[in-house]
Design a protein around this ligand. Structure first.
Ligand SMILES: [Zn+2]
Length: 477
């Protein structure tokens, strides 16, 4: 008899063009934040044809969706993203930076692959359930604005994930690993200062400078930085600096702030202090302060039981099956790395293969696309933020990283956009789909695995209930 997971992988292979064509289509219509109207269309088309029921526009987001297949317990959630980044337009497959549309958007975080890899997993496990008449429910969530805005945080606030038993997700990366680290919680807010304009030389006493207020806020926050926890991060951008005339007292200025920390309570504590600094700046300059809460998301906590299952399935079913052509294609991106990064890749290869001889380490460390899989080691280490964080506080959640991006190249880069329609990228989304679909199979057929995951999640919540960090009167925009 054929192995079930082997069969799931074969069912995915049989439809692979459906998924890779959708990924290429989404690459070609890069849209940001909540305005992902074109990027969501391939999902609607495919899911309806594949027999999923479809609910469009959940949690006050026009281009979000929830799609369902099957019935009864357990209910397995899979998370899809499809938003792009501003100013990252790039010609596909080119080994140097060149915008396809100057100033245009680009899929710099590989979400064209991320979303369609999640779709691959949902359709793959659905096909197997249909064939074997397997009990259970699969839900695929279409989540806009992962990059900024955090669609999943709004969906979590509105209870969209309340009826799922667990959630699965993935991200393209330059390495293969079950995702065993955390992410930073974040608060995002706009600070708008309103002053009074006046002739800067003839009547300066009549002016109240909003630009001064913004500068004082930044200065105050600069001093605040010394008195927060080491892991805290505060970033800012000028959205409006008042104007271009230096002989006018600037009547308006707007700053956009991100406040991050390993835990949501820590981020909130720093955010409250940043708000006080803003109020102080307004008081000093006799300007008016208007704050506009943008969004917030929780730190991610990997569920170890589910992540462990993902790790096993990654090893068995997540291979990219790379060819020499794939490596020679991706060398154009490897060649753009600095010597320092190239050296760090040799170190990484050595750490991942402590038993390998020097020749093999040199080979592995200079491969444009990695062949290695990281061992499963859970750590409190954090880096950026992801709105999967909120989902991980609603239900047990596991994620996988698939090494379909060039080694050493960071996300949000032109190289990731250029690589986004390549054979390697396609293999990546299929490998992700197989890893998640086989993990969904484990969760559908091993009640004890899900039980263990839920026990662990209960401990994580420590008697508390998830409560969104986004105020009730803030809506996605
Ligand atoms: Zn991303």
């Amino acid at each position: 008899m054929k192995d079930a997971k082997q069969e799931i992988s074969e069912l995915i292979e049989a439809k692979k063009e459906l998924f890779t064509d959708a990924a290429d289509e989404i690459w070609g219509t890069p849209e940001t934040r909540f305005a992902v109207e074109k990027s969501v269309q391939p999902y609607y088309r495919i899911l309806e044809k594949e027999g999923f029921s479809l609910e469009k526009g959940v949690a006050h987001m026009q281009h979000s969706f929830v799609t369902t297949y099957g019935s009864g317990k357990p209910v397995i959630g899979i998370l899809a993203e499809y938003d792009a980044l501003a100013n990252l337009s790039q010609v596909a497959d080119l080994g140097e930076q060149k915008a396809e549309v100057p100033g245009g958007n680009g899929q710099g975080c590989g979400h064209n692959l991320l979303g369609t890899g999640a779709l691959t997993a949902a359709v793959g496990i659905k096909d197997y359930m249909e064939k074997e008449k397997l009990e259970g429910t699969i839900k695929l969530f279409g989540c806009p604005a992962e990059e900024s805005g955090y669609g999943k945080a709004f969906m979590a606030r509105d209870g969209v994930f309340d009826d799922i038993d667990c959630a699965l997700a993935w991200h393209p990366m330059d390495m293969n690993a079950a995702w065993a680290t955390s992410s930073l919680a974040v608060y995002q807010c706009y600070y708008h200062f309103k002053g009074a304009s006046a002739h800067a030389a003839a009547a300066p006493e009549q002016g109240r400078s909003a630009l001064d207020a913004a500068e004082l806020m930044n200065t105050g926050v600069q001093f605040l930085r010394e008195h927060i926890i080491d892991e805290g991060r505060i970033h800012y951008a000028f959205i409006d600096a008042g104007g271009e005339s230096a002989n006018v007292v600037q009547p308006s200025a707007t700053l956009y702030y991100f406040v991050r920390a390993p835990k949501i309570e820590q981020a909130k504590a720093i955010f409250d202090r940043v708000n006080k600094v803003a109020e102080g700046a307004a008081m000093m300059t006799e300007t008016e302060l208007e704050t506009k809460f943008d969004s917030a998301c929780y730190n991610y906590v990997p569920n170890q039981a589910i992540t462990g299952a993902i790790h096993e399935n990654l090893k068995e079913h997540g291979s990219l099956q790379l060819t020499d052509e794939d490596q020679s294609y991706a060398k154009r991106y490897y060649d753009t790395l600095t010597d320092e990064v190239k050296e760090s890749l040799i170190e990484r290869a050595r750490n991942l293969a402590p038993e390998a001889d020097e020749k093999e380490i040199q080979r592995l460390g200079t491969l444009p696309i990695t062949e290695q899989i990281a061992p499963l080691v859970f750590s409190e280490e954090t880096s950026g933020s992801t709105d999967v964080g909120d989902v991980s506080w609603v239900c047990p959640t596991g994620q996988v990283l698939i090494g379909c991006e060039p080694q050493g190249v960071a996300p949000h880069s032109w190289q990731w956009v250029a690589n986004g329609k390549s054979s390697v990228a396609h293999k990546g989304l299929l490998a992700a789909g197989k890893t998640l679909a086989t993990t969904a199979y484990d969760l559908l057929t091993q009640p004890e695995l899900l039980e263990k995951a839920k026990e662990e999640h209960k401990k994580q919540l420590n008697g508390k209930k998830y409560q969104s960090a986004i105020p009730a009167d803030v809506y996605p925009e």
